[in-house]
Design a protein around this ligand. Structure first.
Ligand SMILES: [Fe+2]
Ligand SMILES: [Fe+2]
Length: 398
C-alpha cells in the first residue's frame, strides 16, 4: 500500500508487517467514504467485518434485522411485470439433485481445468519465490477455484436470507409472490454450490471480509430499498458477471451445467431488483437520498473491485513465509486471469446501476476512474434474458 509506514516495512518481521498492512487496508475504507451518510450506515458493518473479522470467528453469525414486515390483506395484482416474472420463475424451477453428480471431477487434472490457468501469473509468482509449475500450478488453481466458488456459496447464503427479508418488506403483493420463488431459487443455489465444493473439490473457504461487510450492511439496514440495492443489484449483479466468467472458462462439464442453470435464475433476480428500484429511485426519492444510494452503490462496487484479493488463499499457502500480504495483493492485482475476472464481474452490474438511476453525471467520473466506464452502455437486466446471456457467453467462447 502507498503509505508513509511503507518506509518501516523492511525493518519489521513479515508477520508483523502483514498485520500492519491488513490494518491499513481496513482503515482506508473509512477514509475513502466521502458521503457522511454512507459512512454512518456502513461503518458498523465495516468494523464488524474488517476489524473484528466476525465472519471468521465461528461457524455461525447472528445479524440483527430491523425492517418492517409489510402485510396487505387485499391481495392486489399491483405489478404486472413482477407477476410475469413470477410466472416465468415457476416454469423455470429445476431440481439440484438431478444434475449429473455422477461426473467424476479431478481438480488436479490439467486436461479438464476447473478455472483458467492464468488466474495466478506463474512468471510474476516466480519473482516472489513462488514456484508454480506442473502439479503446484494445478494445486493453486484448485485453491483459487475453490475460493471463488466458496465466495459464490457465501453470497448465495446472503441472497437466501436477504430474499426472505425482501419478501417480507416489499410493498407490492406481486413482488411478494415473486420473492417466494427467489427464496426457493437461492436455497437451491446454496445446495448445489455447497455440494460441488464438498463432494467434488473437497475444499471450503471462509467468507471474505469485504463480502461479509456488504452482506452485514444490507441485512441490518432497515430500509427496504437498500436491501434491494445491496443484494438484488450489487451482490447478484456482480455474481452474475462472475458466474459468466467461470461458465465461459471452465472445462469441467458438471460445473458448467450447474452454472448454466444458476445463471438463468440469477438473471430473473436482477431483473426483479431493477423493476423494484427503477421507479422508486428515479421518482420517489429526494435528491439527497438518491445521492446517498448512488454513493453507497459506488462504495460497494469499489469494495468488490479493489478488495477481493483471495487473502484466504494467501493465509492457507503463504502466511508465515517470506511472501508478504502486500506482495500477494500485487500478484492478484496483476495476474491476467484475475484482472479479467474483476472486469467481467462489472459487465452486468454497471448497466443495471444506470437503469435504476444511480449513474448520474456526478458519479460517472468516479466509475471511469475505477476503469468501469466501458460498461456504461451495456444491456441492463430487463433488456437481456438469462437465455440470451448464455448464448452470448457461448458465442464469445467459441
Ligand atoms: Fe443465487
Ligand atoms: Fe439470486
Amino acid at each position: 500500500m502507498n503509505h508513509p509506514l511503507n518506509s518501516i516495512r523492511n525493518i519489521l518481521p513479515h508477520h508483523v508487517w502483514n498485520r500492519v498492512d491488513a490494518f491499513l487496508e481496513s482503515a482506508e475504507i473509512f477514509t475513502e467514504m466521502k458521503n457522511p451518510r454512507v459512512l454512518r450506515s456502513m461503518a458498523p458493518s465495516a468494523v464488524r467485518g474488517l476489524l473484528f473479522k466476525s465472519g471468521k470467528q465461528s461457524d455461525t453469525t447472528d445479524m440483527a434485522a430491523s425492517h418492517s414486515a409489510h402485510f396487505n390483506w387485499a391481495y392486489p395484482h399491483d405489478h404486472p411485470e413482477m407477476h410475469e416474472l413470477y410466472e416465468r420463475a415457476k416454469l423455470g424451477q429445476w431440481n439440484g439433485s438431478s444434475l449429473p453428480w455422477h461426473t467424476s471431477v479431478d481438480p488436479l487434472d490439467p486436461n479438464v481445468p476447473i478455472a483458467p490457468i492464468d488466474l495466478i501469473d506463474p512468471v510474476a509468482a516466480k519473482a516472489l519465490g513462488i514456484k508454480l509449475e506442473g502439479k503446484d500450478q494445478q494445486r493453486m488453481i484448485h485453491s483459487m477455484a475453490s475460493w471463488m466458488l466458496s465466495q459464490f456459496l457465501h453470497g448465495e447464503q446472503g441472497a437466501l436470507l436477504a430474499a426472505a427479508q425482501v419478501t417480507e418488506s416489499v410493498q407490492w403483493y406481486d413482488g411478494k409472490l415473486y420473492g417466494a420463488t427467489q427464496v426457493m431459487d437461492e436455497g437451491r443455489h446454496v445446495e448445489v454450490f455447497h455440494r460441488y465444493l464438498t463432494e467434488k473439490l473437497d475444499r471450503l473457504y471462509h467468507v471474505n471480509d469485504n463480502l461479509f461487510v456488504i452482506i452485514d450492511a444490507l441485512m441490518t439496514d432497515s430500509r427496504w430499498d437498500l436491501k434491494f440495492l445491496g443484494m438484488q443489484i450489487m451482490v447478484e449483479g456482480l455474481a452474475l458477471g462472475a458466474f459468466g466468467f467461470l461458465y465461459q472458462s471452465t472445462r469441467e462439464p458438471l460445473l458448467k451445467e450447474m452454472l448454466r442453470y444458476v445463471i438463468q435464475d440469477e438473471a430473473r433476480h436482477v431483473h426483479y431488483g431493477v423493476l423494484a428500484l427503477r421507479e422508486h429511485i428515479n421518482y420517489n426519492l429526494p435528491k439527497n437520498e438518491r445521492e446517498e444510494r448512488e454513493d453507497w452503490a459506488y462504495e460497494v462496487a469499489l469494495l468488490m473491485r479493489n478488495r477481493f484479493m483471495a487473502y484466504e488463499v494467501y493465509e492457507e499457502w503463504y502466511d508465515g513465509t517470506s511472501v508478504t500480504r502486500d506482495q500477494w495483493r500485487q500478484l492478484i492485482m496483476n495476474s491476467p486471469g484475475m484482472q479479467r475476472f474483476r472486469q467481467v464481474m462489472f459487465t452486468r452490474l454497471v448497466p443495471n446501476i444506470r437503469d435504476i438511476g444511480l449513474l448520474s453525471e456526478r458519479i460517472r467520473p468516479h466509475y471511469e476512474q475505477a476503469g468501469l466506464g466501458a460498461y456504461f452502455a451495456g444491456q441492463s437486466a430487463p433488456e437481456l434474458s438469462g437465455e440470451q446471456m448464455l448464448a452470448d457467453l457461448d458465442r464469445e467462447a467459441a
